[in-house]
Design a protein around this ligand. Structure first.
Ligand SMILES: Nc1ncnc2c1ncn2[C@@H]1O[C@H](COP(=O)(O)OP(=O)(O)OP(=O)(O)O)[C@@H](O)[C@H]1O
Ligand SMILES: [Mg+2]
Length: 354
């Protein structure tokens, strides 16, 4: 447990520095003021601050430390009536104990809720990946089998004595046709993904984004990412498929979170913004992560382009299809000074929120 605690200490240095400074100030205040003053009750704020660590173990350690400091300061305090001091001390200890207990309880139920959410986020990702994987495998396997068969045939025609160049050439032509078919299949599958359940409701993008942020809350917390959202509250509605738009934003944010995992904990920043200008709405997801090499920025939207060991390379390709099916455009650019900004623009259709 102590080693774990030390680990947290290094993971969230600012939070723990704040906690230590606050606890120190309260300890000094408690020790230099009279025993009659229940200064130690302020430790409650330290415990509440520790909730931000998101770890029940850490909250318990902070609670115990606060109780220990209260007792220590009772013995160190020089002024005041010791009986009143004892009474105040016990009162403070009860307050500290109760707060710690409640904070741990709240954090526990919060953790359960977060787990359910992250499960949901994972499931929805798995669902598309699963669906897509099956249909691609199914449709592409046929031309690929044909390509292999024709390749072997061509080799045999060429190995024959004398080599039959005419037949070999025909086999190779069939290979080219089949390769084209395999490419068409992938294009079709992509279009299919973008067009499945093509509902066109009036969507409130602020709501869509807020829902996604709720979904990734635990990932953001776990990744120790400083998340900011700048959402124009007067944003006009857009016509589109809410679930698909959610999927796009989720893809951008998951990518950003993954890109932030590789940079130092104190520098992980994520900014999600939505604003309207002229007759378009722009949504962007800006991260301070590892960034994309400039030469690669053209390729990342391609299907199956991935640099991740477990990546499908489909997230951005699907996102692009969805946005284009909505009459919009996706973009990616380097973020200054680190990271990448991904975003899309959608046309405003005229209706306002009501
Ligand atoms: N925010 C980002 N920062 C840096 N690189 C990124 C970012 N977003 C995407 N990329 C790069 O683009 C590639 C393609 O992203 P995409 O979302 O299409 O696929 P993926 O994340 O690798 O896999 P998945 O299909 O599971 O989402 C990533 O592998 C990564 O190299
Ligand atoms: Mg991705």
């Amino acid at each position: 447990m102590r080693r774990e605690f030390l680990k947290y200490l290094f993971e969230m240095p600012l939070l723990w520095l704040g906690i230590a400074v606050l606890a120190g100030l309260i300890f000094i205040g408690d020790t230099i003021t009279d025993l009659e003053i229940a200064f130690a009750v302020l430790y409650v704020s330290v415990i509440l601050l520790s909730v931000y660590s998101g770890r029940t173990g850490a909250i318990a350690v902070v609670g115990i430390a606060c109780a220990a400091l209260t007792i220590l300061s009772y013995f160190l305090t020089r002024h005041g009536a010791s009986q009143a001091g004892l009474f105040n001390g016990i009162l403070s200890l009860i307050a500290i104990g109760a707060t710690t207990y409640l904070a741990i309880k709240i954090e526990k139920s919060d953790a359960t809720a977060r787990q359910a959410q992250s499960e949901l986020a994972r499931m929805s990702r798995l669902m598309i990946v699963g669906e897509l994987g099956t249909s691609i495998a199914h449709e592409v396997s046929q031309p690929i089998t044909a390509i292999a068969a024709n390749g072997n045939a061509a080799l045999r025609w060429l190995a024959a004595t004398p080599p039959d160049q005419h037949e070999a050439r025909r086999a190779i032509e069939r290979i080219v046709t089949d390769a084209g078919r395999a490419g068409d299949v992938i294009t079709r599958v992509r279009r299919l993904v973008a067009q499945s359940s093509p509902s066109r409701d009036m969507c409130d993008l602020v709501e869509v984004i807020t829902d996604v942020l709720e979904l990734v809350r635990s990932e953001v917390r776990k990744g120790q990412i400083l998340l900011r959202a700048e959402l124009d509250t007067e944003l006009p509605l857009v016509s589109g498929d809410r679930v698909q738009l959610q999927q796009v934003i989720l893809n951008f944010i998951m990518n950003a979170i993954e890109a932030l995992a590789d940079v130092e904990a104190g520098t992980r920043e994520l900014l999600v913004s939505a604003a309207a200008a002229e007759n378009r709405i722009t949504v962007s997801v800006r991260d301070s992560g590892v960034g994309v090499p400039p030469a690669m920025i053209e390729r990342i939207f391609e299907a199956f382009y991935t640099t991740k060991p477990n990546g499908m390379g489909m997230g951005l390709a699907i996102s692009r299809s969805i946005i284009e099916a909505h009459g919009g455009k996706v973009y990616a650019a380097p973020n200054f000074p680190h990271g990448t900004v991904f975003g899309f623009t959608l046309p405003i259709t005229g209706e306002t929120r009501g």
